[in-house]
Write a protein that binds this ligand. Structure first.
Ligand code: PMT
Length: 335
């Protein structure tokens, strides 16, 4: 099956009825339910941030797997800015990919908690305080306690099951829920029924594997899992700059959600484009640095966010999140 083939051998429904849920799903969702209930009673907006790449195992006793590119920088950085904007965050990330706050240093698998300890410890050595440099940063971390809930996935199967279950839990918040899908999700997978139990042997020469297409989950997510009320932001990653806008527009048209953020692999840290429906486009007072609205297709608004690529003190996610918060507020108020 080619990458351009739009037909899927698996609908979302048939996927979930044939592929087994990951171990621990029920426990994960019980935690999410409690978290969402707490945030609902405090009246906070909640955002689900997905981050990092999914894997596709080739064997049941897995030795080899395919991986999707993503360090998790976009997701982890965005989660920090959502927390700073007063959102509660469900951070659903690839195991061992970058996490909010801890992304600045890489030696711990759950350093967010380390930071909290560091913050309260007078005796810790200066070297362990590396990135908690300012009182402002300490304060952000302190206030994030209780508003950040993390979940991990590894395979595309873990991701899909978790995404569906978390989305359904979050849908009780109606318009106050945002879904920010920055994870790099595999397009193809090997159904369990076709997987070799043991390590694939190399003695036979070249390897031929026919993979199935991963179901397009944005459609059921928009129509069913989030009750049509959620504010859904997806990403479109391309390496050919000329495909960015048409592909993002096609995605918006196909799934009918709120925004597609287009990013070019090599320019993603300093330039992104928001594609949205004209009726839902941002107010004119948004903090976008450079904004252009192109006229090729009158149904879509295109807003560019650009920062200086040489400014090491500026992160593009700061502007992305500020813009989304403004747009989400308008959405909550019926815009
Ligand atoms: O983490 P970094 O290194 O900073 O990189 C960040 C990033 C480049 C990975 C990130 O900014 C990004 O672009 N993420 C989305 C990459 C991607 O997988 O795009 P896609 O074209 O495969 O998918 C587009 C959208 O469709 C995604 O938001 C995804 O949620 C959705 N999708 C994907 C697969 C699938 N089966 N169903 C879907 O609905």
């Amino acid at each position: 099956m080619s990458a351009s083939d739009e037909s899927s051998s698996f609908s979302a429904e048939s996927y979930f009825s044939t592929q087994p849920p990951p171990a621990g799903l029920e426990q994960d969702i019980a935690g999410v339910k409690q978290f969402v209930q707490r945030q609902a009673s405090s009246g906070r907006n909640v955002v689900l941030v997905t981050s990092g790449g999914t894997t596709v195992p080739l064997e049941l006793n897995v030795v080899r797997f395919l991986d999707n590119f993503s360090a998790g920088t976009r997701g982890a950085t965005s989660a920090e800015y959502f927390l700073k904007a007063g959102y509660a965050v469900i951070f659903m990330h690839r195991q061992f990919s970058l996490q909010p706050f801890s992304r600045h240093y890489s030696h711990s698998t759950n350093p967010f908690l380390d930071f909290l300890e560091i913050e309260t410890s007078e005796t810790s050595s200066p070297s362990s305080q590396i990135r908690v440099t300012s009182e402002k940063e300490r304060s952000s971390i302190r206030s994030a306690a209780g508003t950040l809930h993390t979940l991990t996935f590894v395979t595309v199967n873990d991701y899909l099951w978790l995404l569906r279950a978390v989305s359904k839990e979050l849908s009780v918040l109606r318009r106050k829920a945002m879904y920010y899908l920055a994870a790099a999700v595999s397009d193809f997978f090997l159904p369990r029924q076709k997987m070799s139990e043991h390590k694939i042997q190399s003695g036979k020469g070249s390897l031929h594997i026919e993979m199935d297409q991963v179901p397009k989950i944005l459609k059921p997510m928009v129509d069913d899992w989030t009750g049509k009320d959620g504010y859904i932001v997806s990403f479109k990653l391309e390496t050919d700059q000329t495909l960015l806008i048409p592909k993002a527009q096609t995605s918006l048209q196909r799934y009918g959600h709120q925004i597609v953020i287009g990013n070019d692999l090599n320019r993603r840290k300093f330039e992104v484009v928001f594609i949205s429906w004209k009726a839902h486009s941002a107010s004119t007072s948004t903090p976008i640095k450079v904004k252009e609205v192109l006229e090729e297709d009158s149904r879509f608004a295109e807003s560019w966010i650009r920062i200086d690529p040489h400014d090491n003190n500026k992160e593009i996610e700061e502007d992305i999140i500020a813009e989304l918060v403004t747009r989400h507020e308008a959405w909550i108020n019926g815009g």
